[in-house]
Design a protein around this ligand. Structure first.
Ligand SMILES: Cc1ncc(COP(=O)(O)O)c(C=O)c1O
Length: 385
């Protein structure tokens, strides 16, 4: 009987994926190749290695590593999460095409789809994932469906399966931004999502010390994304790529701790009278708890709360924090706390924010890997003011 190739666990590919040089004397940690260009042994060598082209060794390694983790054919690492989103959308569409996207998206992605791409003849219809509007929004010229799992900052989980079925029938792509879940908690390829974009600035990097993005999917899509990146130029600097590779090695252990801590913190907030609502997919009270149990491998490190005292109480809570740091972004080892009304959703009116489930008093917490009891003690004293 033919021996089936055994697929390595994510914890293993996170450490070894992309590191292929097992020759004698090879360094265990690949060096940083901080070079923009590469020598030709003959005047017409022909192999054009140039770091903007995406073929710097550090950039190649990290793209291959994330593809191995995601279980997709190929991957490319770029200079930011937004570069990953933008190059993917440009690679998969042309003037006259149409995109259907979930309405709850990261602010810059929403602006790209709603304002920037229309200037280039690519239109987007935003749909409320709860209302089964996807099918109605499809046009003959629809080229891709775009979702985020989970949605920022309400942490709702969209069921991707009916969306994927629709896309398959039409022969178009589903692109999923899985930044908030990370491949540890959600392996998009397992449910049939073909293209995944991530801000590697967050959980993949994990240490709040770099800006990067990754796109993974079928080889022909990654080739097109790479072509776009060569033209528009958001390549990943070799040093940032090296840091990203180092960060990814601990992805599995970090995420397990993020998940555990976030669950403990969510339960703590649930027990507090100052808190009107706790949004965490791991809680039975979360509207998508069952779906999350079904399609996710972990509930994540993000917890959102709504304080009864509104904006004033939220300001007060943040001012009293001693351990949690007040900063946007997420996915680092340190706990970061922010209010969407000052950051990602600052551009919306209070009424519009409320309609999206983000009233004043909404606080988003990216729970780090500190000891849960220390975090809870900090939140307790900050709530007591
Ligand atoms: C869900 C999501 N996608 C994409 C991005 C963009 O990532 P970057 O800041 O690395 O460009 C972010 C940034 O916060 C994000 O939260």
């Amino acid at each position: 009987m033919a021996k089936q190739k055994r697929e390595a666990h994510l914890a293993t590919t996170s450490v070894h994926g992309g590191h292929e040089d097992r020759v004698s004397g090879a360094p265990v940690v690949p060096p940083i190749v901080q070079s923009s260009t590469f020598h030709w042994a003959t005047p017409d060598d022909g192999e054009l290695l140039y770091s903007r082209f995406g073929n710097n060794p550090n950039q190649l390694l990290v793209g291959a590593k994330v593809a191995a983790i995601e279980g997709t054919e190929a991957g490319v690492a770029l200079g930011s999460g937004m570069a990953a989103v933008a190059m993917t959308l440009l690679a998969l569409t042309k003037a006259g095409d149409h995109i259907v996207a979930a309405s709850g998206l990261y602010g810059a992605t929403h602006a790209l789809l709603g304002q920037e791409l229309p200037r280039r003849g690519i239109a987007t219809t935003f749909v409320d994932p709860d209302m089964g509007e996807w099918e109605k929004a499809l046009l003959p010229e629809t080229r891709l469906l775009y979702i985020e799992i989970p949605v920022n900052p309400t942490l709702r989980i969209i069921d991707p399966r009916p969306i994927i079925a629709m896309a398959k029938e039409k022969g178009i792509h589903v692109v999923c931004d899985a930044t908030f879940s990370s491949p540890v908690n959600f392996r998009a390829a397992n449910v049939g999502i073909d293209v995944v974009v991530q801000s590697a600035t967050k959980y993949l990097g994990g240490h709040s010390d770099l800006i990067a993005g990754v796109v993974t999917g079928p080889s022909e899509v990654i080739e097109e994304v790479t072509k776009m990146s060569r033209l528009y130029g958001p390549s990943l600097d070799p040093h940032a790529a090296w840091l990203l590779d180092r960060g990814i090695k601990t992805l599995d252990v970090r995420l397990k701790r993020h998940n555990e801590n976030a669950m403990a913190v969510a339960r703590f907030f649930e027990s507090r009278s100052e808190v009107e609502r706790v949004l965490y997919p791991g809680l039975e009270s979360h509207p998508d708890h069952e779906l999350a149990q079904e399609i996710m491998n972990g509930f994540g490190g993000m917890v959102s709360i709504v304080l009864k005292g509104g904006g004033e109480a939220a300001d007060d809570f943040m001012e009293h924090l001693k351990l949690g740091m007040c900063a946007p972004s997420l996915g680092g080892v340190e706990t970061l706390v922010s209010q969407p009304r000052y950051t990602s959703h600052a551009g919306l009116t209070p009424d519009l924010r409320r309609a999206q489930g983000i009233p004043d008093g909404f606080v988003r917490l990216s729970i780090g890997i500190e000891a849960a009891e220390d975090l809870i003690a900090d939140f307790e004293q900050a709530l007591s003011g």
